[in-house]
Structures are given as C-alpha cells and as structure tokens.
Design a protein around this ligand. Structure first.
Ligand code: ATP
Ligand code: MG
Length: 399
C-alpha cells in the first residue's frame, strides 16, 4: 500500500509549486510543508488550512477524513469511487487516503495535485465537450445498471470521477467556460435537473451569489450544467483557487454530528477577507435553504476559496435544490433549536452572523418577498407542473 504523496499547487499562469508531503504512519496522517513553500520563496504560498495548518507550523497530524484531513476535498465521494471501481475492478480500488489522492484526476476541485515523487505531475485534463453529453448519459446509465465500464469510454468516465458528491457528473467545456454536468437518474422521482437550475437562479434573485447554471439535453436524459468557480476561462481552464469545504474548515468527519451554520460563520469571522459580507451571505443562504426546503445543506455543500491576491472568501453557492423526499429538518444546525427548519430558529443565533435581530428579520423578509412567486418562476425555468407540485411539499407552507 502506498503511504506517501507529494502535494503541489497549480496556478492560473500554468506554473506549479511543491507544497509539501503527506504520509500515513501508525494509522495517522502527517503533513509537512516543503521548505520553499513555508518560506514562500516564490511569493505564492498559502496555508492548506488557515487555522489548522499555518505556514509556520512544523509537522501536522491529520486525524479526520481517512487521515488526510483537508486534502480529502481533492478525492471523490460515492459517485467517483463507483467509477474508479468500475474502471479498475474492486480489487484495485485505492486502499487508503493517500492512494485516493494519487488516483484523483485533474478535474478534482481546487488547485492541488499529487504525485509519488517531488516533481510536479504532468497535467492530464479529462474535459468533455457538450456534444459528448448524450454519450456520458448512456455510459453512466450502464454503470448504474451495474454493468462493467466499457474501456473505450474511459475518457468519458475520467471527466468528473474525481469530483465529490453522489450524483453522476462530468466536467465539460461550453462557451469557453468549464461546467460540471450533473445528470438525471432513472430513479429520480421528479425533474431534479430543472429543479436545481431553477433553485439556483431563484437563489440569485434572492441576492445569493450562486454559481451560474444552464439546462442541457443529454440524449435520453437531462443535465444541469453548473459553471466551475475554481477554473479560469478557456482554452486552458487552469485552477484559479484553493478549495476548502466547510467540513474541512471545521476539521470534522463525514460522520460527525457537530456541524452548524453558526460554526461556519465563526470560521468566516476569523479568516474571511471580508467577513461581514460573507457572514450575511451565509445567513441569506441558511434562510433560503430553510424556506425552499433544501435539506441537503451538509458541510460538504458549503466551501471557502483562497484566491491569490484576494485571500479567503465564501465560495459561490452550489448544490441547492428543494428536497421534498427529505424529512423537514436541515442537515446542519440552524440555531438554538438545532436543525429545525424554521425562520424563528434562524433568528436565534443571528448575532453569530453579525446581525441584530431587526436586521436579520429584514434580510429574511426580503427573501420571503422574492419567494412568493416561486411557482411561475420555476415554470419559466422549464420545471414541469408535476415537479412543481412535488416541490411544493418542500417549500415553507406559507409560500
Ligand atoms: N460550481 C462549482 N465549481 C467548482 N466545484 C464545484 C462546483 N459545484 C460543485 N463543486 C464541487 O463538486 C462537488 C460535487 O458537486 P455537488 O455537490 O453539486 O454534487 P452532488 O452529487 O449533488 O452532491 P451531494 O452528494 O451533496 O448531493 C462539491 O462537493 C464541490 O466540491
Ligand atoms: Mg454536494
């Protein structure tokens, strides 16, 4: 089993620098920055985690997330792992966190790359074209039926296998931008793609910085395209930001129960380059998620980005969709009443977001006003009538 990997950072100008080395020893992860990175000889160094892994630290012990801590954001979740298994066979499945880092491809989120030796790995882009969407959809349908992956389609599977999340996805280029195509599944009880597109656009109308989205036909299926916020425009689509999920920011495991919006707000207060704006933005997202019934707002669906020259900021919103199939509680705590999905609960800890009670109520009031017309808004964004009926069960009853 491989137990050591070198970590590199890629930059928008095509350069790349050695960040450090991660290894597993005695069932614990250890990470140390390279001297050149720690001393910032090139003027581009940033900490992998602003609090847990400062540049002037020595060796860090990593206990969470398969002992690779925040580096785990660069590895796939259930969908990508399924693809890697289908391609390589379960017997060749990576056996530890380090092997998952080395198996991840260049479409992974953020700007890190991994290698077995200190020299930077060659870039192996695996980006699809929008004309591939139909082929992606049929290749993914075969995987979902449990069939072995066709080796001729390997390049299709690689385009998105390193991203997190559970839904089938692939990275494609369209109009000089890079997009994550998220495909519908036969098991979907309603039109998830249109619902996600409409919810993301509605979030934007409510003043939330949501990633750009489009709907696309993918052969027999549909896809929602989400514009990547961590890549430059074409032709090279280079990494433009270091990505840290809220799960990593709070240094928790997937199984931890401790996540809350207030804890994310605390992290922003301590590290964000514009913490006031980011905390209010997070409050808006919490209120929006509660009201539209986006119950899948777990800690991997929030993130911060480090952009050279700009510092740490809350990342644009992504993976926002009403979830009528979920119990009416949020995935993380909203206020003093825990995960209870109510506006009253949102107000209980508004001070953590830098807001007085009347300010919090004004922010939420503005969102409620804009949500009143969600049905015609969704209809105008290609959501069919039966999906709108289903989604009605997720929205707050007063809307
Ligand atoms: N616009 C974006 N730009 C860059 N990275 C993104 C973007 N949207 C999502 N990601 C990354 O891809 C991962 C998967 O995306 P997303 O959460 O939308 O997928 P999902 O399969 O619906 O997830 P889940 O399992 O939470 O339902 C995210 O956790 C995030 O790391
Ligand atoms: Mg997600």
């Amino acid at each position: 089993m491989i137990s050591e990997a070198f970590v590199h950072a890629r930059f928008a100008d095509g350069s790349s620098h050695l960040v450090g080395r991660c290894r597993l020893a005695d069932r614990l992860g250890q990470f140390a920055y390279a001297g050149s990175w720690r001393e910032n000889r090139h003027g581009r160094a940033f900490p992998l985690h602003p609090e847990r892994m400062p540049l002037d630290g020595g060796e860090f012990v990593l206990r969470t997330r398969s002992q690779i801590g925040p580096l785990a954001d660069s590895t796939p979740d259930s969908w990508g792992r399924r693809i890697v298994e289908a391609l390589q066979g379960p017997e060749h499945r990576p056996g530890n966190g380090i092997e998952w880092l080395l198996a991840s491809g260049d479409e992974r989120v953020g700007c890190l790359a991994f290698s077995r030796t200190p020299s930077p790995p060659a870039v192996r882009a695996a980006v699809g074209a929008d004309s591939d969407l139909g082929r992606f959809a049929s290749a993914f349908a075969a995987i979902e039926r449990g069939e072995a992956a066709d080796p001729l389609s390997e390049h299709l599977f690689r385009a998105g296998a390193s991203l997190g999340g559970a839904r089938p996805k692939a990275v494609i280029a369209q109009d000089d931008q890079l997009w994550i195509a998220k495909f519908s599944r036969t098991s979907d009880g309603f039109d998830h793609c249109a619902a996600e597109h409409a919810a993301m656009r509605l979030a934007q109308v409510c003043g939330i910085d949501a990633a750009a989205t489009r709907l696309a036909n993918a052969g027999v299926r549909r896809a929602v395209l989400v514009q990547r916020f961590d890549r430059t425009p074409g032709p090279d689509f280079r990494p433009s930001a270091h990505y840290l999920s809220a799960l990593s920011a709070l240094d928790l495991d997937e199984t931890a129960q401790g996540g809350s919006y207030a804890a994310i707000a605390g992290f922003l207060r301590r590290v964000s380059a514009d913490h006031r704006a980011d905390a209010v933005e997070l409050f808006r997202r919490m209120v929006f998620n509660v009201l539209v019934g986006n119950r899948d707002d777990h800690l991997k669906n929030h993130a911060v980005l480090f952009r050279p020259g700009q510092g740490w900021r809350l990342a644009p919103a992504f993976d926002v969709m009403p979830q009528p199939e979920f119990a009416p509680v949020q995935a993380i705590s909203v206020g003093r009443f825990g995960t209870t999905a109510s506006l009253a609960n949102c107000y209980t800890l508004c001070g953590e977001f830098g807001l007085h009670d009347d300010e919090a109520r004004a922010v939420a009031g503005g969102i409620v006003e804009r949500l009143r017309n969600w049905r015609p808004f969704f209809a105008a964004h290609e959501v069919d009538a039966s999906t709108i009926r289903r989604l009605g069960g997720a929205f707050a009853p007063t809307l």
